[in-house]
Design a protein. Sequence first.
Lengths: 307, 252
Amino acid sequence: MNEIRTEALRKTYGDVVALEGLDLTVEAGTVFGFLGPNGAGKTTTLRLLAGLARPSSGRAWLAGEPTGPESRARASVGYLPEEPRFYNWMSPVEFLAGYVGGLFALERKLARARADELLERVGLADSSRRRIGGFSRGMRQRLGLAQALMNRPRVLLLDEPVSALDPAGRRDMLEWIGALKSETTVFMSTHLLDDVERICDTIGILNRGRLVTVEPRQSLLTRYAVPAVEVEFDAPTSQIAAWAEAVRSVAGVVETKITGSVATVRLESVGACASIQGATFEARMPVISYRVARPTLEDVFLRLVEG
Amino acid sequence: MGTLFWKEWLEQRRSYRLLAAVTVLAIGGMLGPLTAKYLPQMLASMADVPAGLEAILPPADISMAVGEYSGNVVQFGGLLALLLPMAAIVGEKIQGTAALTLSKPVSRLSFVAAKVIAQGLTLLLGLLAASLVGYFYTGVLFGWLDAARFVAANALYWVYLTALLSLTILASALARSILASVGMAFGALITLGILGSLPDLSLYMPAALLAWGRALALGLPSDPAWAALAATVGLSLAALAVAWQVLRRQEL
């Protein structure tokens, strides 16, 4: 069942095309990573889905309802903007139980219980009665996630949820988002590839307003990632460079790169590994390590986005 | 709508806007009769006042007290109707709180209406404080007014101030900065003032309510300005409707 669907969704600002004919479906229970460089159209897509902007053409549905500024879909959606802003004079518990709970027409006792539960979950229980105005950026981001979950949404839209956080905050936030998989469909935009690789099971890559690809993470890595071998020698750099130059002529080698005492050899296919193994033994230099590099999402991303 | 109003009303109290409005208007209400009563004596006690000025000043009476009271309430209230809601919508758009709120299942009409109702209630309570203080001081210093007529006069002032408030809310929906919002609202206020001075139009303009209110408070004979009352209420509702439509078309 598709929880998110877009058909030829297009958004322009004057002459600038922010989003060009986005056709996308996201199945229920997915943690979908929406990747793209800055200015690719990720935030525009999320704003269109959240009903905060109108498409120039095309349509979108969330939880089976058409999206838009007065859409009923909003009742089934949780939305966390990139930099969530709050009423600084409120306390988190007032904001969640009184305000957000009220906007979703939750019964008062239920709203209070849900607010307490969420504040506990995002580590803000001890600050539940402090003024939000005194909160750090990380605390605001956590409160932002809590408000997006108040209505137990079928679809959770997260715009760069961890980009402003320190490493510990990022780890916690990613753990919480990853754990939501059983409760909701998560649609998360980011430009941080490590995060996507860690928690997303399906990945869409957007570049200059166009969707380049949508695939399950593993199949994307398998299909697009360039295999590579990394060899670390205990030898002078000039010798390593001479070896790399010689290896470049071996069949199946795409390119070589030297970083300190490590030579990275990119291959057309994993099948070419054997030739590199042979060339390493014939190098007559002490080898510290030899490993077939795991393809990374960064490889895929750069290949798809930068051509 | 209930939740949006709850938030707006809580904000009026937490941000001391309610306290400020009640205090300012109460002081305005008190100063009206006090000024009327003691201004001649104050002038007489000043050293460099031209000789004979005191003699040409009309004697202080209840009509002067009500005039001063009305002037203060309308001026102070008008200022509050400009300053209190100037950032109501544009401020939330700039800060990003409007986006967070309107991504939830609430209508943009409720968003605007809650602001108008909460700010209108603030002005109403301020006017209530002004009228209690003004009624008391006028009564003690000049004689007691007909309470029902005085309440009716203040109700007309509130209708007038609510129209200014609605125009400021509209300006706040239209503008892209708080400064622009104030400028637009002030422009609307001046335009209303100019239109109110035109003989053909003055009967239909909000300012006609002020003269009617003053006459009502004093128990003087006057033609009720029903057309101006209807036009002022219509202006408030129209401003609210346009603000809603403007916000509906905006992207956040």
